[in-house]
Write a protein that binds this ligand. Structure first.
Ligand SMILES: [Zn+2]
Length: 342
């Protein structure tokens, strides 16, 4: 990456209102069949343009072809029955109706590779692609087959690795695994979660990232955050082992969160995607607020390893808010970039 402080988003952007219900998380599609396929592609192009207009350096598909960051991937796998649903507690926090693992899980065909090629063909900028992480996948399912979270995570890691290698071959520069579950199941993360993540990234030549956040700004998450106290020290549990892992980049949330910035010291040596945009509030940050967060982070991460980013995805936001936040991210990074090069 030649640019100093290259900006990117954690993943999702709002979808056009002709494609899916706006300002709703995991909203259903408004189109069907071929029209849906074309609509998703058009939405991907628009999301790319929005990022380019805001001056975002590392661009993505804005997750326009996905309804849900975990289940859309799982829908393409064999061994999971979506009609056989169970209500389970996910992230140890809220009940959700989830599909059931009924047999050996496999990936009969590539999932996002055509979408990635489509994005690649439209820009020469570095592109980042998000996949769910193995631990977050198993935490979004009921397992009636393997009966072991670790075993199922390992099987998913192998599948993710197949997909990641195909995405790399399609020209993706950074493959990001979303692991919000890393902020919850600390013992499992250290026992096998990070090992499963490394298995998912095994053999990749492109950059690899793990995104660990406190979730979208939905009520279950904001209520949970209220219980976490004055200082959110969850990262402290997993960063030491993550620092020793093969993953290149760690994406975390810093804007308006109670994460003590000095916890970043625990991953010294890694590239850090610092969340400088709050996704749980429709208040658009000023460039100066973004810059202040980045300056704080610079005390614990070398400038050449700091990647300004959003806390999490922006899918449920009004378009105007998301656009404003992209612009603020870009302008805030620019302020600090100028300070660093003076
Ligand atoms: Zn997130």
């Amino acid at each position: 990456m030649n640019t100093l402080l290259p900006t990117s988003t954690a993943g999702s952007l709002p979808k056009p209102e002709w494609l899916a219900e706006p300002e709703t998380l995991w909203s259903s599609w408004k189109l069907q069949g071929d029209a849906l396929m074309r609509g998703k592609r058009d939405a991907l192009s628009i999301a790319l343009q929005n990022q380019q207009q805001a001056g975002i350096d590392i661009v993505s598909d804005g997750e326009q072809t996905r309804q849900h960051f975990v289940t859309t991937f799982i829908e393409h796998l064999a061994g999971v029955n979506f009609n056989q649903r169970k209500t389970v507690k996910i992230r140890d926090r809220y009940d959700a109706s989830v599909p059931t693992v009924v047999g050996e899980v496999t990936r009969p065909a590539p999932v996002f590779v055509e979408d990635a090629k489509y994005l690649r063909a439209q820009t020469k900028q570095p592109i980042k692609w998000a996949l769910p992480g193995p631990m977050t996948m198993i935490d979004t399912l009921y397992d009636a087959h393997y009966k072991s979270r670790e075993k199922l995570a390992w099987e998913f890691a192998k599948i993710l690795n197949q997909e990641a290698k195909a995405l790399e071959a399609a020209g993706v520069d950074i493959i990001q695994f979303d692991e919000p579950a890393f902020n919850v199941f600390f013992d499992e993360v250290n026992d096998w979660g990070i090992a499963a993540l490394e298995r998912a990234a095994q053999g990749l030549q492109c950059q690899t990232a793990v995104h660990i956040c406190y979730g979208y700004g939905i009520k279950a998450n904001t209520d949970w955050k209220q219980t976490l106290g004055q200082q959110w020290r969850q990262y402290e549990q997993v960063f030491p082992k993550l620092q020793k892992s093969s993953i290149d980049i760690v994406s975390l949330e810093c804007q308006n969160s109670r994460v003590p910035m000095e916890l970043i010291e625990l991953i010294r040596g890694k590239k850090v995607m610092v969340g400088a945009i709050d996704v749980a509030s429709n208040n658009v940050e000023t460039p100066e607020q973004v810059a202040a967060t980045l300056r704080q982070a610079l005390k614990f991460v070398d400038a050449d390893k700091l990647y300004p980013c959003t806390n999490c995805g922006m899918a449920p936001m009004p378009h105007s808010v998301a656009s404003g936040k992209l612009n603020a991210l870009s302008a805030g990074a620019d302020i600090v970039r100028r300070e660093l090069t003076l």
